[in-house]
Design a protein around this ligand. Structure first.
Ligand code: BDP
Length: 727
């Protein structure tokens, strides 16, 4: 926009005002990245600004609970920032166009508006946003049954303004489709974060409970804005000390900060805690002393935190103790804890990510084999928490066959938000498409349309519990998540936890607008880049269904050559099985027959290389180097082509991003630019290391016309990496 001085010499103040607004929104100050998607940037479209000002003259907010006070503060603060005016708050409607928020109990207006029937349809956390009239005045109503619904409704309403939508004809009804929407923090008590790439743990245990870091409030606020209602604050590789009174007083302080935001706290329970902190000689779940110890411990926890959510348990997996140490089953262990928690309405989230002490024929079959027989044997307040895929958060996995296979048990989804296997906090990878791909997969458990999303909602069986967890990517970094775009992964997890059927595209659109800009010339290219970014990463890391070929331990970079890692199923060679004939893990009926764990027709589709989607080809099949793939290329050429396409796409992302320099603030622009340069280097490293290594088996050349590796294989194999974060 040009600001012309008019011929009569008068400065066009309107334009100057507009320029000021645009500059305000573009020149985000250092540290504003901290505000995540709650930037509340000034509305730059004059038309929309006029529209909002027309409909928002006054706010009438019912109630005085902590939650309602937060809602009111959020509205006042956000509207001032976005509209540039202080909207008065009053007890009664005194002006023409009012925003009313509350419940029928707290708001006279809402009570009189007769929304009862409509409110009946929404759950305790849901809300309505609708335009109506009251005593001849235009009213924009945000109504809910409970205060927390009002707060969620307020965030939704503000999102409408943040994303520049009209607010004059609203008829929104929203309630979460999943009950427990949790972050799982893999945070240790010494503040290191397992698989954390954004600094240290935000829980300052040492200075709690006396010092309440303002970050706790900001964390709760960000979570509430997307509807996350619980947090497991401790690592699944648990330390029993978190269960001692030394830590419980600290946890109580955190719970106090989170409560008004609708967030409950949960803990991980180390199965051997009765021995480690209880002085018992056993942790056998059928032993009376052990049972009593947990009963008393749980009573103690509730004396500190009356609305404590419950326990998340990793047992008999990767060295963690569990009921199997005593010859008992996972059900024995889970039920023992569940019984003690039931009196307080607490839940047990028992993880299905299990490892046998003996290396199985096919590790991906193990969770199903161990848990399916337990269906129907678990108490009412037990959920089984299942990772999205049967192995371990790889860039691409088919959906976990347990989804749909345990109809009598509420199955909880576990996604990873932190990018352990997808480039840490260095690579720009939007995880929305990964989550969506899994949630929309059809299990066929009850015929066509039995999507994973439906299974975890518990709809087919009408389970009273349902849940979804995301392994957090949050740390002490100024911008919380390390990469500016990693914030989108926290955001999309929350949005999909609320509505697992929302598309990753809708969420990306909202996120870009709320975080960066409403300028279509910025939104379009950035959205395209985000939506494709996960596929780019699959291509340069693990194309065609390859999996678990990362470097050992820290998991940074490629390591397809890893053949000695303590146990066979921690190596790469166990998974890719490359030799002079071909590559891939045969999970068809002729191989490990892992496909049998899926329902028909999925098992047949996956089980036959002719019908198996390319995405899962080498996951389910062993192919010969010269086999012809769907593209018409040989398998070897296709592998080369995909690895190269992955790198080329990152180069393309760099170009797209560089062209957007003038559209956003210099700080975030510069940060993403530098990170994309590292991503390119690491993508090249993945491509060349993997192709050179696999070439030692195929003996075939990288097709002419494709960029040839600059270094020999030894260069990659001998690369030194010190102090990689996250371990
Ligand atoms: C693996 C991580 C490991 C976790 C484990 C789990 O590498 O750090 O402890 O998952 O989910 O992916 O328990």
């Amino acid at each position: 926009m040009k600001t012309k001085i008019q011929p009569n010499g008068i400065i066009p103040w309107k334009s100057i005002f507009l320029m000021y607004f645009i500059l305000l929104s573009i020149n985000i100050k250092a540290g504003d990245d901290y505000k995540l998607w709650l930037q509340y940037s000034p509305v730059t479209s004059q038309q929309m600004l006029g529209h909002y000002k027309k409909y928002i003259h006054e706010m009438v907010i019912g109630g005085d609970s902590e939650t309602i006070k937060i809602a009111e503060k959020e509205l006042s603060h956000a509207l001032l920032k976005m509209l540039g005016v202080k909207v008065p708050v009053s007890d009664k409607a005194t002006r023409e166009n009012i925003v009313v928020a509350g419940t029928p109990e707290t708001s006279e207006i809402i009570k009189n508006l007769n929304l009862k029937a409509k409110l009946e349809n929404i759950g305790d956390e849901g809300y309505l946003i609708t335009n109506t009239t009251y005593s001849g005045k235009n009213c924009l109503v945000i109504a809910a049954k409970k205060d927390i619904g009002v707060l969620y409704g307020v965030y939704h309403f503000l999102k409408l303004i943040q994303t520049n939508q009209e607010i004059s004809n609203l008829n929104i009804e929203s309630s979460p489709k999943i009950k427990l929407r949790l972050l799982n923090h893999w945070d240790n008590l010494d503040r290191t974060v397992e698989r954390g790439y954004a600094g240290f743990s935000i829980w300052d245990w040492h200075r709690l409970p006396g010092y309440i870091d303002p970050r706790y409030t900001d964390y709760a606020r960000a979570n509430a804005s997307v509807g996350i209602n619980g947090t497991v604050v401790s690592n699944v590789n648990a330390n029993a000390l978190i269960l001692t009174d030394y830590y419980l007083v600290k946890l109580k302080a955190l719970a106090g900060v989170f409560r008004p935001y609708g967030i409950k706290v949960y803990l991980t329970a180390r199965f051997s805690a009765p021995i480690e902190i209880g002085g018992l000689s056993t942790a056998d779940p059928l032993n009376e002393d052990v049972k009593n110890w947990w009963k008393n411990k749980i009573k103690e926890i509730y004396s500190y935190i009356p609305d404590f959510g419950g326990f998340l348990v990793k047992a008999n997996s990767e060295g963690q103790p569990g009921p199997q140490n005593y010859g008992r089953s996972h059900a024995d262990g889970a039920n023992m804890l569940a019984e003690a928690l039931a009196d307080y309405h607490g839940v047990v989230m028992w993880r299905a990510f299990v490892y046998d002490n003996n290396v199985p024929v096919d590790r991906t079959k193990q969770a199903y084999n161990e848990f399916k027989p337990l269906d129907g044997k678990l108490l009412d307040n037990v959920l089984v928490q299942v990772k999205n895929g049967p192995l371990d958060f790889q860039p691409r996995e088919p959906f976990h066959p347990l989804f749909g296979a345990m109809p009598k048990t509420p199955l909880m989804m576990e996604f990873q938000i932190t990018q352990e296997y997808l480039g840490f906090a260095t690579h720009l990878v939007y995880l929305g498409p990964l989550y969506e791909e899994c949630l929309q997969s059809d299990t066929y458990a009850k015929g066509q349309g039995s999507t994973v999303s439906k299974v975890i909602q518990g709809t087919p069986e009408d389970h009273h519990l349902s849940g979804i967890a995301g392994v957090a990517n949050i740390g002490t970094d100024l911008n919380w998540c390390g990469h500016p775009f990693a914030q989108a992964n926290w955001y999309v997890f929350g949005r999909m936890a609320w509505d697992p059927d929302i598309t990753s595209e809708t969420v990306a659109d909202d996120w870009i607008r709320m975080t960066f800009s409403n300028d279509p010339s910025f939104i379009q290219p950035v959205k395209e880049m985000m939506l494709a970014s996960r596929e780019f990463t699959v291509n340069y890391m693990t194309p065609l269904g390859l999996h678990h070929i990362m470097d050992e331990g820290h998991h940074h970079g490629p390591g397809p050559w890893i053949d000695d890692a303590g146990r066979a199923d921690w190596t790469s060679v166990y998974y890719h099985r490359a030799d002079s004939i071909g590559i891939g893990f045969d999970r068809s009926p002729a191989g490990s027959n892992a496909v049998e764990q899926y329902f028909s027709p999925v098992k047949e589709i996956f089980g036959n290389p002719e019908t198996c989607p390319d995405e899962y080809l080498l996951w389910f099949h062993r192919m010969k180097w010269n086999d012809i793939t769907r593209s018409g290329r040989t398998l070897w050429d296709e592998l080369c082509y995909r690895y190269h396409a992955g790198v080329d796409s990152v180069r393309q992302m760099k170009k797209v991003w560089n062209a957007l320099e003038t559209k956003i603030d210099t700080e975030r622009f510069g940060k993403v630019k530098m990170l994309l340069a590292i991503q390119e280097e690491e993508a090249v490293m993945w491509r060349d290391a993997c192709l050179l290594y696999f070439q030692t088996f195929s003996g075939l050349p990288i097709p002419a016309g494709l960029e040839q590796p600059k270094h020999p294989l030894g260069y990659y194999r001998n690369m030194k990496k010190y102090f990689v974060p996250g371990i």
